[in-house]
Design a protein around this ligand. Structure first.
Ligand code: HEC
Length: 283
């Protein structure tokens, strides 16, 4: 049997050495900027080393055989499992929050360098891009026209598209309220490609905003304008008027019933806070 004195002898210098190494590792890793979890692990390795060297120097165990040997093996196995599992559960774990914090810091530094894009700005950029796309599609259509020599029914929707949309509208039931129906007609003929109502529609300023048209024009005038774009001109839109931007083929597309609804909708627009150009009669 090993005496109390000799055991002390075995551990004495190993303990001193391990304490020095452990302390050294703690401060060195701190100076190198390791996170605390890592520093604790380094110190634990020093402690582990201490036990390993003590174990090596302990007097050998009496040889075991048979059932005793198997039993000892099992006990040793269970002991090791318990130590590993216990350590795994109880040691400070690597903390993902800490990593997240690091990433957050990088993001914040970037944000400070480039003030972040707000959803509104993103929306504006998207709109600007979609306006560019519209413009390109327009040019493409014009190009196609000149190449094939056939006109693609002005700026409005194509005949097939219209037929499809009308069928869909009929299937969904035409609203009995003329204003609601007129709103659908407005959508159907894509007036929003050039006009804005309630801030929605044409991004590129092609045509006037119509929010207050109900205070400026009568149903009769609006009907005439839609069937004959030269009938009146929106004040300040000489260039567009002279270019004949507003499609001329609405009499062929828009039925009289639809025109009734559309103009009922338009005269209902009386929002004085949006600047709508005065109609100037030309005929
Ligand atoms: C391709 C572009 C374009 C489309 C599509 C278009 N318009 Fe216009 N519209 C204009 C332009 C440009 C003006 C201003 C010049 C003018 O009066 O002709 C205008 C003027 C008007 C005006 C006069 C506004 C005012 O303040 O005097 C009304 C009303 C109007 N449009 C209604 C419609 C309706 C309803 C539709 C859909 C059936 C439509 N427009 C489709 C380009 C368009």
């Amino acid at each position: 049997m090993m005496g109390q004195k000799s055991f002390l002898d075995i551990i004495k210098w190993k303990l001193v050495g391990s304490v020095i190494i452990g302390t050294g590792l703690w401060f060195a890793s701190g100076a190198l900027g390791f996170p605390t979890v890592f520093r604790i692990m380094f110190v634990l390795y020093a402690v582990l080393g201490f036990f390993m060297f003590v174990l090596l120097d302990l007097p050998p165990m009496p040889e075991l055989s048979g059932g005793k040997a198997i039993g000892a093996l099992l006990v040793f196995y269970l002991l090791c499992s318990a130590v590993y599992t216990g350590a795994g559960v109880n040691l400070p774990q690597f903390d993902p929050e800490w990593e997240k914090g690091k990433i957050q810091k990088i993001i914040e530094a970037k944000k400070r360098a480039h003030p972040s894009i707000t959803p509104q700005e993103l929306n504006q950029q998207t709109k600007a891009l979609s306006a560019k796309t519209d413009d390109l599609m327009e040019r493409l259509a014009k190009l196609e026209e000149t190449m094939t020599g056939k006109s693609t029914a002005g700026e409005g929707p194509s005949a097939e598209e219209l037929a499809k949309k009308k069928a869909a509208m009929a299937a969904g039931g035409i609203p009995s309220d003329p204003v609601a129906y007129g709103k659908e007609v407005y959508e159907l003929y894509e007036c929003y490609n050039c006009h804005k109502i309630g801030g929605k529609g044409s991004v590129k300023k092609r045509g006037p905003m119509l929010d207050n048209i109900g205070n400026l024009a009568t149903v009769e005038q609006l009907k005439k304008k839609i069937y004959d774009p030269k009938y009146l001109m929106a004040d300040g839109f000489e260039k567009e008027f002279n270019k004949g931007l507003m499609p001329k083929n609405y009499p062929e597309l828009i039925s009289e019933g639809e025109l009734d609804a559309l103009t009922a909708y338009l005269v209902s627009l009386k929002n004085t806070s949006v600047e709508t150009p005065k109609p100037v009669l030309k005929k």
